[in-house]
Design a protein around this ligand. Structure first.
Ligand SMILES: [Zn+2]
Length: 345
């Protein structure tokens, strides 16, 4: 593994304007790749994550190795409006369901092992019916476990184009060696966009280009109900996973929060990837917190510190009572700075 030297000389930190996606090592995916310049970020990512990309055929799993099917608790569905619901999967992601005469629209589908439980919950919703559209807020398996089923049924799967590209590639997380094999073609998003779009029903969606969680994050806005679903760009429970292998970084969390704030008003309810539904005040508090953490981490980077030293410095100490032990978050966040900020070489 090639990494910048820890504890080395003072470096001048500069924010790179480049937030284009980085292609997985197997590449050849898209003409965008040809248009990109090779930045330090790409070099770093290729160096850190490249070799492992050669391993194929591992099952696409997420989190625990336990593959037992998940059951939902009786109170796992929260009603936000007559036609809008949140299904909370224990220990996993939120699924948003909108019902109409056209059927059910979902924002994220839960993991594969939650698929049966989610479909059962969806079938039981008042005014429910067949799922006709599924959004993938990003590529993670906790969000895309229904893709195969929905895709096979010939229904629409909407994602930002970068998310489709990740789902069409094998990905390995260098920090724990976890491997994700590409989804079969029929399970990949079949309607993608770059910037934003709107459905006939008035439901809007758009790209969150700040790379808060991955480089393919999207929001779905239900204007009538004043509800915004944002996937893992925002967490309602516990520290978020900063997936810098596929573009996420801690600076993007600050930018992403700011962008989401600009889409809300005082009464907007925000459905995060995990945890309870949030309000504007919750977002403002999180924005302040991540801004503070970003400043502290970049200061540590400027002093030439490495990830382990950043963890030891306990930069998130005063927030741990609410959010839990931050060591893993701090390490991932610091590594994400390496991918985005670099010495002025
Ligand atoms: Zn995620």
């Amino acid at each position: 593994m090639v990494r910048p030297v820890e504890g080395g000389h003072e470096v001048e930190v500069r924010l790179k304007a480049d937030t284009t996606r980085i292609h997985p090592p197997e590449g050849g995916l898209h003409k965008m790749a040809l248009e990109e310049n090779l930045t330090r970020r790409q070099v770093l990512r290729a160096a850190i994550g490249g070799a492992a990309g050669l391993i194929v055929g591992a099952p696409r799993v997420f989190g625990q190795a336990d593959s037992a099917a998940i059951r939902l608790k009786p109170d796992s569905t929260t009603q936000l409006a007559d036609d809008l619901f949140v299904i909370r999967i224990p220990g996993e992601a939120n699924v948003v369901a909108h019902t109409s005469s056209a059927g059910v629209l979902l924002v994220d589908g839960g993991s594969a092992r939650a698929a049966d439980a989610v479909m059962k919950a969806v079938a039981g919703l008042p005014g429910g019916g067949q799922v006709y559209t599924l959004f993938n807020t990003h590529w993670h398996p906790e969000q895309t476990g229904l893709n195969e089923q929905i895709g096979k049924a010939g229904k629409t799967i909407i994602a930002q184009e970068n998310t489709r590209l990740w789902l069409a590639a094998d990905v390995t997380w260098p920090w724990n060696g976890q491997k994700f094999t590409r989804l079969p073609k029929g399970a990949q998003p079949n309607k993608t966009f770059y910037d934003k779009g709107q459905l006939d029903s008035g439901i809007r969606y758009g790209y969150i280009p700040d790379c808060a969680h991955t480089d393919g994050d999207l929001y779905v806005h239900f204007p009538q109900q004043n509800v915004l679903a944002v996937g893992d760009v925002i967490s309602g429970e516990g520290w978020p996973a900063v997936d810098w292998t596929t573009g996420g970084w801690v600076g993007g969390m600050v930018g992403g929060l700011q962008r989401v704030l600009s889409l809300t008003n005082e009464k907007t309810r925000i459905v995060p990837g995990r945890g309870p539904v949030l309000g504007l005040e919750d977002l403002k508090k999180q924005f302040d917190m991540y801004q503070t953490l970003y400043d502290r981490l970049t200061q540590l980077l400027n002093k030439g510190r490495g990830p382990s030293e950043a963890v030891e410095a306990k930069p998130a100490k005063e927030f741990e009572a609410q959010w839990g032990n931050a060591d893993e978050f701090v390490r991932r966040s610091f590594e994400s700075l390496w991918a985005y900020l670099s010495p002025d070489a």
